[in-house]
Design a protein around this ligand. Structure first.
Ligand SMILES: Cc1cc2nc3c(=O)[nH]c(=O)nc-3n(C[C@H](O)[C@H](O)[C@H](O)COP(=O)(O)OP(=O)(O)OC[C@H]3O[C@@H](n4cnc5c(N)ncnc54)[C@H](O)[C@@H]3O)c2cc1C
Length: 413
């Protein structure tokens, strides 16, 4: 079989590696280099994750085994414990998750939270209708006002009553009142969680993952695909004929890619209506600190988190510097970034920034059904979808690899 893989992000590189042994595989990547959202730059000797911070772990054994077939766990990677924290607007630093550290808040709020917990235990049968109700019901009004509302408002950039719960299925923390009380009494912190650790490349950050996985593949860069033609049972992509296509780009492009010989107009409107958020990742020099992620509910600025990428590997910082990435939801101009940085802790000094438009796909109630139907129609024609924006799923790297493994094992092997 001759395959064209459209998109050389982690999904495209994964499926290409799986297919490469027994097939002819060409990866067409629109950018000047593969990697998609996990690409990194080196700026003045410090490593910059252009989007997010990209650490690795997985609950799936097959994903772990396959991932480690590319790398030496001991020589190429470090294993670190998560050390996240919440910087409160009053300067108080509370370990994550905040609900397990009520004993570190001031007594006035502590007293209110205890009353909330007693009330929540009585109201435990109330079913939330949206994210706002979920947060109030699960953590109580006081923690909601102090942390959950202001933090999540910055993440979602909308009234939380307008965030339906199905957007967050499987991603919500669900501690019970009993667990919150127990975790506070016995000081259960993040390190006690399952998957409290992560792997991170010793050198090169996630760019090292890209470079290793692209080795031995035929990746053609600067090859944006904007039209796919049919030739009998074959497809022609950028003048290259193939038997099968795996599309790992953005679903939003799909309806416009095909000529009149393959009509997907039934899906146009539904795909156009799919919602998403973008991310602006601002690379900064910051003060030394011991954290991996810092969550910021302060209403004084618009950023919700600092990813202390400088702490992920000692090789990530130029000598004498400490760096990190400050995240904003959606687009923010350079002038607004510079203005916000003045009010963000750790005295950040701007180095660079990148805006990724489709970083967070948002699903509506019928998105999975619609994409399932679309996949069925495409697969009858030897076209497959694989990837975060291709399947409109909230995949992390490991889930993207898992999706590639499932596609290969169930349909392409
Ligand atoms: C802020 C943030 C933080 C994250 N942190 C983590 C983390 O710590 N750990 C983790 O595991 N995951 C993390 N993720 C998730 C991770 O980024 C994704 O799972 C992963 O990058 C998805 O890869 P992909 O290949 O599916 O898509 P992408 O990375 O978007 O790759 C798509 C590729 O296709 C190319 N392309 C698109 N259209 C075309 C076309 N028409 N022709 C040719 N090429 C095309 C693009 O240029 C791109 O290279 C994070 C995500 C975000 C947004």
């Amino acid at each position: 079989m001759k395959y064209i893989i459209i998109g050389g992000g982690i999904s495209g590189l994964s499926i290409a590696n799986l297919l490469n042994k027994e097939n002819e595989v060409i990866v067409l990547e629109g950018d000047s280099r593969p990697g998609g959202m996990i690409k990194c730059d080196v700026i003045d000797g410090s490593l910059y994750h252009r989007t997010g911070g990209h650490v690795f772990n997985s609950k799936r054994k097959d994903v772990m085994d396959w991932f480690w077939s590319f790398f030496s766990k001991d020589e190429d990677f470090t294993k670190a414990l998560r050390n996240s924290t919440v910087f409160m607007p009053d300067g108080n630093v509370i370990p994550y998750p905040i609900e397990n550290h009520i004993h570190m808040l001031d007594k006035v709020n502590g007293e209110k939270i205890v009353k909330d917990l007693v009330q929540m235990a009585k109201d435990s049968d109330n079913e939330p209708n949206n994210f706002d109700e979920f947060l109030k019901g699960r953590f109580g009004k006081t923690l909601y006002d102090l942390y959950f509302q202001p933090y999540n408002y910055k993440v979602w950039r909308r009234d939380l009553t307008n965030v339906p719960l199905f957007w967050l299925t499987g991603k919500l923390p669900m501690p019970t009142v009993e667990e919150i009380i127990f975790n506070n009494l016995f000081h259960v912190d993040e390190r006690s969680f399952v998957h409290s650790s992560f792997y991170y490349p010793q050198k090169g950050g996630s760019q090292f993952i890209v470079d290793s996985m692209a080795k031995g593949l035929n990746v053609i860069c600067n090859s944006k695909v904007d039209n796919i033609k049919r030739n009998g049972a074959k497809w022609i992509v950028n003048n290259i004929e193939c038997d099968r296509i795996v599309f790992c780009g953005n679903l939003k492009q799909i309806p416009a890619l095909f000529d009149e010989h393959f009509n997907l107009s039934g899906y146009d409107k539904k795909i156009e209506e799919l919602e998403f958020h973008g991310t602006t990742s601002v690379f900064c020099e910051i003060e030394e600190n011991p954290y991996s992620w810092i969550y910021m509910p302060s209403r004084e600025h618009e950023s919700h988190r600092i990813i202390c990428t400088g702490n992920f590997s000692i090789n990530n910082n130029a000598p004498g510097k400490m760096t990190g990435t400050i995240e904003f939801t959606d687009y923010i101009s350079k002038d607004d970034i510079i203005d916000n940085l003045q009010r963000i802790p750790l005295s950040p000094k701007y180095i660079s920034h990148h805006y990724e438009k489709y970083s967070y796909p948002i699903q509506s109630t019928d998105t999975r059904k619609m994409i399932g139907d679309l996949k069925f129609d495409l697969e009858k024609n030897n076209i497959y979808l694989c990837g975060r924006a291709a399947e409109w799923e909230y995949y992390n790297m490991d889930a993207a690899m898992g999706a590639a493994l499932d596609l290969y094992n169930n349909k392409l092997k």
